[in-house]
Design a protein around this ligand. Structure first.
Ligand SMILES: [Mn+2]
Length: 331
């Protein structure tokens, strides 16, 4: 399949080929982009890896530095020259988590469900695996390419992170990919990355999340009243879901001009992506996978609500939507 992408790229005369990840890229996004760059390079094509925002987690930063992943912030704030071909990896063109305009939306390799309008890709591979890294592992095999240690280690770390060490959204294909990657990866480096996921500063956010936590039935909600990186909000939600009493964890982070949020669930009748998407209908945007999702509410949606009432407002929105699930489930 990836061969079709290569053929399609070779038929073009592009300005630049850009591999674009979601904003604030995580390990899965960067390792997948790194692997795709390697595949294209092996076919004689040069591509640059670009992202919006910044790399904001220590584990991800280390992943990039020890493997020298040549990822760069998108030029001109994500406004690409018209001749550039954009390949979206671990995200989708027109997605709300991607800052990219201009250029030509050319291809997409992703494992998220599609919520927004789908652009007309020349090449499209959107399949719901545990990680995008699995799709790229399969692509390397399909091309019959050797699997370099740095690529294997990166992809395996991405796969581990996205599946929460193979406990979340895992498909058979992820296990097959694991076997391939495990044989070629550097275990020492993986251990090092595994041990570098938190920074001392992150503990402030954990403290605040615990302090502000409210529990209703089996739903835990909390708000961190200061800016947190995306990945950290997710880590907080993972941490909360570890509580025996909770089936759903929702974490809000109050930023300068928006609220970012993460949702986690282990309840079979609640799809986190759908739940988040529905709850934010009309006030923001969100979506994701069955067990984990994220979202965003712009300030314009809560302007006028005093800061101390925000949590109550958010709680009502999310508990009301949760109530709908309970009603449907009992019918
Ligand atoms: Mn991913």
């Amino acid at each position: 399949m990836i061969k079709r992408l290569i053929d399609a790229l070779k038929a073009e005369d592009p300005g630049e080929i850009r591999i674009v990840t979601h904003d604030f890229p995580d390990a899965d996004a960067l390792s997948s982009a790194f692997a795709l760059q390697y595949i294209l390079q092996s076919a004689g094509l040069t591509a640059e890896i670009n992202y919006g925002g910044l790399i904001d987690r220590s584990g991800t930063e280390k992943l990039v530095s020890i493997h020298k992943i040549p990822a760069k912030p998108s030029p001109d704030g994500g406004v690409f020259p018209p001749d550039d071909l954009l390949i979206f990896v671990d995200c989708q063109g027109l997605g709300t988590n991607v800052t990219a305009s201009g250029g030509r939306i050319f291809a997409c390799i992703d494992h998220h469900p599609t919520y927004q309008e789908k652009p007309d890709y020349v090449y499209e591979q959107i399949e719901q695996t545990g990680a995008c890294a699995t799709l790229l592992t399969e692509a390397i095999r399909e091309m019959g390419l050797p699997l370099p240690t740095d690529i294997a280690t990166s992809l395996l770390y991405g796969l581990q992170m996205d599946t929460k060490n193979f406990t979340r959204e895992v498909q058979d294909r992820d296990i097959v990919a694991f076997r391939t990657l495990h044989a070629a990866a550097d275990q020492e480096k993986l251990n090092y990355l595994e041990m570098s996921k938190l920074e001392i500063d992150d503990l402030k956010a954990f403290g605040s999340a615990i302090e502000h936590m409210e529990v209703f039935a089996d739903v835990g909600l909390t708000m961190v009243p200061f800016e947190c990186p995306d990945g950290l909000i997710g880590a907080l939600a993972d941490f909360m879901l570890g509580l025996d009493e909770l089936g759903i964890a929702v974490v809000f982070s109050l930023r300068e001009s928006s609220i970012k949020l993460s949702v986690r669930t282990i309840l079979p009748y609640v799809d986190a992506g759908e739940y988040t998407h529905n709850a934010l209908q009309g006030i923001g945007s969100g979506g994701g996978h069955k067990m984990f999702a994220g979202g965003f509410i712009p300030k314009s949606s809560y302007e006028g609500i005093p800061k101390e009432e925000l949590m109550e407002w958010l709680k009502n929105i999310f508990m009301k939507k949760y109530g709908n699930y309970l009603m449907e489930d009992s019918q």
